[in-house]
Ligand binder design. Structure first.
Ligand code: FBP
Length: 552
């Protein structure tokens, strides 16, 4: 494989570990913290996790290693969407494992959780690992979205572990994957398999976050990558002065990515799904809000601007959620075939009009036809609307256009509105990890091995104090059950890690809310430029604005 000059030099980068892990494996000991309880539904969670519930939080510190000397055979999987730094979790795990005992072995199960079920693996060696150090992507072993959640699957995994003599599994994933890691740990403990399970917090969406996880890995690099591009778009907008750019950014549900990009680049508009839900905003109100910025700027002679739209926005608009639910109902079972058999869009439209309530039909009617068709034509295997496919950047620019046309007719707007559309998602998920993500991920992996060596199971590898220099980071572990509560999923009560949405009384949102009126009318753009890997620490090692504000 031909290597880029950056890749060659990134191989040589030495990720920074927290101070307490720097002296080497033989100088790491455990400091016991308090016993833990789940964040809610304590009795129910305890009953579901009798063997792994209530364990102590722990931190590592410098001191004589007292762990039992035993050969470790560890399996690792990557789960879900790519996030920059995943390779370094594996590199950190491998390095610690080999530093602990050169006979220790690391299996990488391929293609996500299904690799464990299908016993599809590689055994890592130095050469293999060295060719992935500090690189983006999950191509080292691949990833997948198979869920490991049934007793039948766990029994298969137990067999695979027995076959290879595996003593521990590390699951690198988001909230669902770490929930499943806790359930698997409980299964192994209840069945006396002796196999430990450790989780690592991953997702660019930034919604795996709580009082123990300061941020999931990948969020830093992905948001810096998107912010670089948004900054470039802002500069282009400010140079050409003729386009309004509608930029949708990834984040399946929560709006953390959009908010962070707004804090970095100061666009004219940024929608936050959680605020839209809290204020029960309608599509008309949202488009009116954006149109205000367009009109105010046009009045100054500025017919250009930038608006950031979070990927998950439409699900937060109450009237839109009702519409989606009604459409799913309208097409349930055989009715899909009936609908598909209708020859023209006009016939289909009449079918829709007859089936929706008056309120939902009113919402449907204001959507651009391309979005209307998308709602009915692109559905998942269960027949449900695929909300994530909705081109919300085009939806809002079309609604703003209508709004401005009405203002023009009323004589309150005289500008020119030329929208352009962008979707930033996959562009950031496999970027070369920033120094922060390279360091954080390597530390998470190294730390995961320490948890294994000390015999912990059902724990999440925890590295905290992240807005400080790496030397001051704290490494340790937290029982995953501590982060759980009971939620209704697919008609059943399930123990899950609570997804973190943007907090409207949190410092990052408040900062944004205090400044956005000015950003809406004036041109306050900030151009962050590309991620820097070499140079002064204040340029190369900074964290996200979100983390800095949360920890100030
Ligand atoms: P994870 O939650 O698995 O980390 O993935 C998040 C994400 O990147 C979302 O931002 C996006 O909506 C989704 O994955 C896209 O999924 P896919 O890769 O399957 O297209």
């Amino acid at each position: 494989m031909k290597l880029s000059p950056l890749q060659k030099v990134r191989y040589q980068y030495n990720p920074k570990l927290p101070g307490m892990l720097r002296k080497g494996i033989s100088e790491i000991c455990v400091k016991n913290g308090d016993a833990t309880q789940s964040v809610a539904d304590q009795e129910k969670i305890q009953a579901l996790f009798p063997n792994t519930y209530g364990k102590n939080e722990i931190t590592f510190q410098i001191g004589k290693n007292t762990a039992e000397a035993k050969k470790q055979v560890v399996g690792v999987i990557l789960s879900g969407g790519q996030a920059p730094g995943g390779h370094n979790v594996i590199c950190g795990l491998y390095d610690a494992l080999k530093a602990g005992n050169k006979d220790n072995v690391l299996y990488g199960f391929k293609g996500g959780p299904s690799g464990l079920l299908e016993d599809d693996y590689v055994i890592f060696d130095d050469e293999y690992i060295d060719s992935y150090r500090n690189t983006g992507g999950f191509d080292i072993i691949g990833s997948g979205r198979t869920k490991l959640e049934t007793a039948e699957q766990f029994a298969v995994v137990a067999e695979v572990c027995k076959k290879h003599g595996i003593t521990a599994i590390v699951i690198i994933g988001g909230d669902d994957s770490n929930t499943n890691a806790a359930v698997l740990a409980e299964y192994f403990a209840a069945n006396g398999t002796g196999v430990q399970v450790i989780g690592c917090p991953k997702t660019i969406d930034g919604d795996l976050k709580n009082e123990d996880i300061e941020c999931s890995f990948g969020f830093d690099t992905a948001t810096k990558t998107y912010s670089e591009i948004i900054g470039n778009i802002e500069r282009d907008a400010n140079s050409a002065k003729k386009y309004w750019h509608f930029v949708k950014v990834m984040g399946r549900s929560a709006s953390h990515v959009a908010l962070e990009c707004a804090l970095q680049t100061r666009p004219n508009v940024c929608l936050i799904g959680e605020e839209v839900a809290a204020k029960k905003m309608s599509l008309a109100q949202i488009s009116n809000y954006i149109a205000d910025s367009v009109a105010d700027r046009a009045a100054k002679g500025w017919n250009f601007g930038v608006a950031i739209i979070p990927e998950g926005i439409v699900e937060f608009v109450p009237e839109f959620s009702v519409l989606i639910a009604e459409i799913n109902e309208l097409l349930a079972g055989e009715k899909t075939e009936q609908f598909n058999a209708l020859p023209t869009w006009k016939d289909k439209y009449a079918f829709i009009e007859a089936g929706l309530t008056k309120e939902s039909m009113a919402v449907f009617a204001i959507l651009p036809e391309s979005i209307q068709q998308q709602l009915f034509l692109e559905r998942d295997p269960h027949g449900n609307v695929q909300v994530s496919l909705i081109e919300s950047e085009k939806l809002f620019s079309a609604l703003v256009k209508d709004n401005l046309a009405a203002r023009k007719a009323a004589g309150t707007y005289k500008g020119k509105f030329s929208p352009l559309h962008h979707f930033l998602g996959y562009e950031g998920r496999c970027a070369f990890p920033s120094n922060f993500d390279a360091d954080y991920c390597y530390s998470l992996g190294y730390n995961a091995f320490m948890l294994i060596q000390y015999g912990y199971t059902g724990y999440l590898s925890k590295v905290s104090n992240l807005s400080h220099p790496a030397e001051e980071w704290k490494a340790g572990g937290m029982p995953i059950t501590k982060m759980m509560n009971i939620e209704r999923r697919n008609g059943k009560d399930k123990p899950v890690i609570r997804k973190a949405l943007v907090e409207l009384d949190g410092k990052p949102f408040k900062y944004f809310a205090e400044h956005r009126d000015q950003w809406a009318v004036e041109t306050c753009y900030v151009y962050p430029g590309a991620i820097q890997y070499f140079g002064p620490s204040e340029v190369c090692d900074t964290t996200t604005v979100t983390l800095a504000l949360e920890q100030e």
